[in-house]
Write a protein that binds this ligand. Structure first.
Ligand SMILES: *Cc1c(COP(=O)(O)O)cnc(C)c1O
Length: 455
């Protein structure tokens, strides 16, 4: 992990000024306030710049499809923005596939990667010409049975190069016992993979996603190098160029400690060039599946401080951003610490002496704390806290605990002195919460009774 964010000086850099301008705009326009105490914000220019950096880094590769891992920001307008910038979509469920299609993504630029695809999902993907990476050899048997004549889908096999894990176990997909892909170093596995390709001329891609946050670039590159060597070995043995593309996954880690984008896509490409120089020679088409690195630093959560209190000598700011929108941070605070900014009721950065404060959320369990003993200017009722770098896997992936509504999400662009905002997702209404909580079946359980319990 990077240095603990408590080491970051407050107030920090010019980006605080940008956040402040967006906050003031949001307050002036009713996007934040007592009735909208929490919302997510996405920097659309930042997203565009991220896509540009990604494409530039891979400029030398003649045939490359960059897909966006939809789970990192499962919001249709975000997917539309990304596809408009030339990205495809990586999806892992029928819901994500639906979002990608609703965003207007060309099915030929969608990759389906779920580890638990049903026969129905496989058949639909094959009918639409969506590329698909089988997670295991049994899935290939299903595809054998379901593949229509003249199927346009590129079909690959996900392998686990078993190069090891990074600092966050839950994010490491290439450990020896990972649930993903065919574990290449297991007894007999490599031979089984060779046979699978020999028996299926339509199996033309290898896929590896080595890990996400917490995995060093060298480890990811080593996993991709393993996959490259396997592709060469398959083609050599078959004496034909059957494997024509490599899907190298995503997983570029994000720096959550300050404003710097570190590592960059260029750093990633340099690590890949070192580990697999031939990867950029055009022998294989490439597919990438980045998620967090494209969105994380382009989003923040703003939440109103509802109460400021003290317990056992500790100051606590009770805010509206807790486990419902910062789920990972609340449950794994050591692995997912966030930078926090303190702003006043008018959206201006707070200054002055700092004291350690807990930032608690609205959920009714004691652990609903987003930051513990964080040094911040004293927070008071009506102030705002901003959780930085939360553009991926935070407000886009809410948790329904306590029937708290999904917060609204807004896109923004800063143009010289002006801020413009556009809606991305409306806040969930109470009617919607009730509907999604079975209101339609309100009487459903009353009739389910037995003679013994009926009274
Ligand atoms: C989650 C995931 C990604 C994206 O990972 P990031 O760390 O967000 O870049 C890419 N591919 C697969 C198969 C994934 O599961």
């Amino acid at each position: 992990m990077n240095a603990h964010p408590d080491a970051v000086p407050h107030p920090p850099t010019a980006s605080v000024d940008r956040v402040s301008r967006v906050l003031r705009h949001a307050l002036d326009h009713g996007l934040l306030g007592t009735h909208q105490p929490v919302a997510g914000f996405i920097d659309t220019d930042g997203v565009r710049a991220g896509v540009r950096a990604l494409r530039t880094a891979f400029d030398a590769v003649p045939d490359v499809l960059h897909t966006f891992a939809v789970k990192a920001s499962s919001l249709v307008p975000v997917l539309r923005l990304l596809t408009d910038q030339g990205m495809g979509c990586e999806v892992a469920s029928p819901g994500e596939l639906r979002l990608a299609l609703d965003a207007g993504c060309d099915p030929a630029r969608i990759v389906l990667d779920s580890p638990a695809k049903t026969r129905e999902e496989i058949a639909e993907a094959l009918a639409l010409g969506i590329a698909l990476n089988a997670d295991n050899l049994d899935e290939l048997d299903r595809i054998d049975a379901l593949r229509p004549a003249g199927c346009a889908s590129v079909i690959g096999l996900r392998v686990n190069p078993q190069v090891g894990g990074g600092s966050i176990g839950a994010m490491s997909t290439a450990t020896s016992t990972s649930k993903f892909g065919v574990a290449l170093r297991d007894e007999g596995a490599r031979e089984r993979v060779h046979r699978a390709f020999a028996e299926r001329p339509w199996l033309t891609r290898l896929h590896a996603h080595v890990g996400s946050q917490g995995c060093p670039l060298e480890l990811i590159a080593e996993g991709i190098a393993e996959t490259y060597r396997l592709a060469e070995e398959i083609n050599d043995r078959l004496r034909r160029r059957q494997v024509t593309s490599l899907d190298i996954g995503g997983g570029l880690p994000v720096n959550f400690t300050d404003d710097a984008v570190r590592p960059t896509y260029d750093d990633y490409v340099t690590a890949l060039r070192t580990a697999v120089p031939a990867l950029f020679e055009g022998r294989y088409g490439l597919v990438t599946e980045f998620g967090r690195s494209l969105l994380a630093k382009n989003g923040f959560i703003a939440a109103r401080v509802e109460y400021a209190k003290e317990a056992g000598g500790r100051r606590i700011a009770v805010t509206h951003a807790g486990a419902q929108t910062a789920t990972r941070t609340v449950f794994m605070p050591e692995a997912w610490p966030l930078r926090v900014g303190a702003f006043d009721a008018d959206g201006r950065p707070k200054h002055g002496p700092t004291v350690p404060q807990d930032l608690a959320g609205p959920c009714c369990f004691a652990g609903d704390v987003v930051a513990s003993a964080r040094e911040l200017p004293v927070l008071e009722e009506g102030d705002f806290v901003v959780l930085r770098d939360t553009g991926a896997y935070y407000f886009s992936t809410p948790w329904a605990y306590n029937s708290l509504p999904r917060p609204a999400v807004h896109g923004y662009a800063l143009d010289g002195g002006t801020v413009r905002c556009a809606p991305v997702r409306d806040a969930q209404t109470l009617d919607e919460i009730a509907a999604e909580s079975g209101a339609r079946h309100a009487d459903g359980l009353l009739a389910l009774t037995t003679a013994r319990t009926a009274s």
